[in-house]
Ligand binder design. Structure first.
Ligand code: ATP
Ligand code: MG
Length: 342
């Protein structure tokens, strides 16, 4: 009992000075009382007893409240709560329950986010290892076969060397893509924005890829809204975007045509890459911009590609304060487009 009262009063220690001053003030009033019919000593004693009882109740209330808060914090620390609704404060400090619930939700969402990041990191590592292993195994295989005798076989030696060489090129492309991804993530991808002539920009790329398109028996069309059109952006990074879109169009189109169209709007130029290829199912449209995502893994293995191209392209276009749009109909074709400032 005595211990309890001491504990209750202990919780009021923050009001020590205020309660002491109040006590002294009332006591002085009693002692200065002009009416001496009632003994001042008795009154002081009565007041002191009532005052201590009052302080005890007040302290008890404080103590219960504080202990409840302590329990809730302990519960949060020990992951006792699943949802914020389970956090209930009976002793009301106005607004405190709501604040604790909000804090709980914030901490929970931060932890969920960290867990998601951790999962993405492991998946990324697993993907990278897998993608690195494929070309390295092939190179190893070809070299071993050559060393085991195929080197002297005129019918296959050149072919095996060419295949090994192609795999080193793939490996190099993959490493370059990985370097780009890591530069994007660390914010180190430097951009240098300038006005550039769209016609020359596209023509330089076409020179490189038109022969490949025609070799595949596809028609190629380039339409430009106006000869002198200039757009604003990082030319070499945009080249990377366009090259990936064009190579994708070539890889996934068996018949028909590939088109590059530049349209002009009031303040922007729109760059469109269109093909009449296999198309992308609606359910995959959102996901093709994820790292390593490929719609048909078996097919992608045949045509090559690791699924990093569009992830990088998306970041580059976003760094131009724009975004890549995609429309596609399975069996009819795909259209990628994005706006650039004029
Ligand atoms: P990488 O570009 O890294 O060499 P990739 O071309 O497979 O490999 P992305 O460019 O990111 O990867 O494309 C992701 C996936 O989106 C492709 O694997 C393919 O399934 C699908 N895709 C992209 N462009 C087209 C297209 N024009 N037609 C059909 N499918 C496409
Ligand atoms: Mg690609």
């Amino acid at each position: 009992m005595e211990n309890d009262i001491r504990q209750n009063l202990y919780y009021l220690r923050q009001f020590l000075w205020e309660s002491l001053l109040f006590y002294i003030f009332i006591l002085s009033l009693i002692l200065l009382l002009p009416d001496k019919n009632i003994s001042a000593g008795f009154l002081s004693f009565l007041f002191t007893v009532i005052y201590i009882i009052f302080l005890n109740f007040l302290g008890k209330h404080f103590r219960k409240g504080t202990e409840e808060i302590k329990k809730i914090i302990e519960g949060i620390r020990n992951n006792k709560f699943e949802t914020s609704g389970e956090i209930v404060l009976h002793n009301h400090f106005p607004g405190l329950q709501e604040e604790i619930r909000l804090m709980f939700e914030k901490v929970k969402s931060d932890i969920d986010y960290l867990k998601k990041l951790e999962k993405m990191r492991s998946e990324f590592l697993a993907n990278v290892s897998h993608e690195l292993r494929t070309p390295i195994f092939s190179i190893q295989g070809y070299i071993e076969t050559l060393l085991n005798g195929a080197l002297e076989d005129e019918k296959v030696n050149r072919n095996f060397l060419e295949k090994a060489n192609q795999n080193t090129i793939n490996l190099n492309n993959l490493l370059n893509d990985l370097i780009d991804i890591s530069m994007i993530e660390t914010g180190e991808m430097r951009m240098s924005f300038r006005y550039f002539h769209v016609k020359e920009f596209i023509q330089e790329i076409i020179e490189e890829y038109q022969p490949v398109i025609e070799e595949k028996g596809l028609e190629f069309i380039f339409t430009l809204s106006r000869n002198g059109l200039q757009l604003y952006g990082d030319k070499s990074r945009l080249r990377q975007v366009l090259v990936n879109l064009i190579i994708n169009a070539i890889k996934y189109t068996e018949k028909g045509k590939i088109e590059i169209v530049i349209e002009e709007e009031a303040k922007h130029g729109k760059i469109i890459v269109r093909d009449t290829g296999i198309g992308i199912p609606e359910g995959d449209l959102d996901r093709i911009f994820e790292r390593f995502y490929r719609v048909d893994k078996a097919r992608a293995r045949n045509v090559g590609g690791t699924g990093l191209g569009l992830a990088i392209a998306k970041h580059i276009v976003e760094a131009h304060n724009s975004r890549i749009d995609v429309k596609s109909i399975v069996g009819e074709g795909t259209e990628f487009s994005f706006l650039l400032k004029k």
